[in-house]
Design a protein around this ligand. Structure first.
Ligand code: 5GP
Length: 189
């Protein structure tokens, strides 16, 4: 559809720093929009409805899928996560830069639906650094950390399927590289 070149996806293993990089980028460039996904997981402390996610019951989530309102979704760690079609399409049709933060499977789905979109893989400086970051977050149980690490290993193996990769050595550097890529590929540079 028209405006696909304004659509970008950042993906990468849990704990790699996608949220921090995106927060930094958006603070510097508020015109870059992030859509809010729907999920069936509960809010973490500090998270809010409509800001971090739209929190929905499984029944409500399935109703959204049946109605064709969910562009892509994934079942991750016991919960559904999905991108809402309206959140994306209303923005790119209006010529706004949109940056999605979704997992590796979701990114591949977006590329299939919108071939003109750019999918970007955020890499950790090393595997050891990724584990340290996941533990440092302090919000997840050991079981959840082990599950996330196992998923991370599978996801890292797919980095080559993305249009490009950015190493998150520091938040500032990764956000800067991401911004350069976006303005160039959207034709705004
Ligand atoms: P968390 O529970 O840490 O917020 O998110 C868990 C995983 O779900 C992360 O890898 C995150 O990128 C992914 N995720 C969040 N929203 C979506 C979405 O809309 N679609 C897909 N496929 N994955 C998502």
């Amino acid at each position: 559809m028209q405006g696909e070149q304004y659509l970008f996806v950042v993906s990468g293993p849990s704990g790699v720093g996608k949220d921090s990089v995106m927060a930094h980028l958006r603070a510097a460039h508020p015109e870059i929009e992030k859509t809010v996904s729907a999920t069936t997981r509960s809010p973490r402390p500090g998270e809010a409805e409509g800001v971090n996610y739209y929190y929905r019951t499984e029944e409500e989530f399935k109703r959204l899928i049946d109605a064709g309102e969910v562009l892509e979704y994934n079942y991750f760690n016991g919960h559904y996560y999905g991108t809402l079609r309206a959140e994306v399409e209303k923005r790119i049709a209006a010529g706004k830069l949109v940056l999605l933060n979704i997992d590796v499977h979701g990114a591949a789905n977006i590329k299939r639906l919108y071939p003109g979109a750019t999918i970007i893989f955020l890499l950790p400086p090393s595997a050891a650094e990724l584990e340290a970051r996941l533990r440092g977050r302090g919000t997840d149980s050991e079981e959840s950390i082990q599950q996330r690490l196992a998923i991370a290993r599978e996801e890292l193996a797919r980095a080559g399927e993305f249009d490009l990769q950015i190493v998150n050595s520091t938040i500032e550097q990764a956000a800067g590289e991401l911004y350069d890529v976006m303005v160039r590929r959207a034709g705004l540079a």
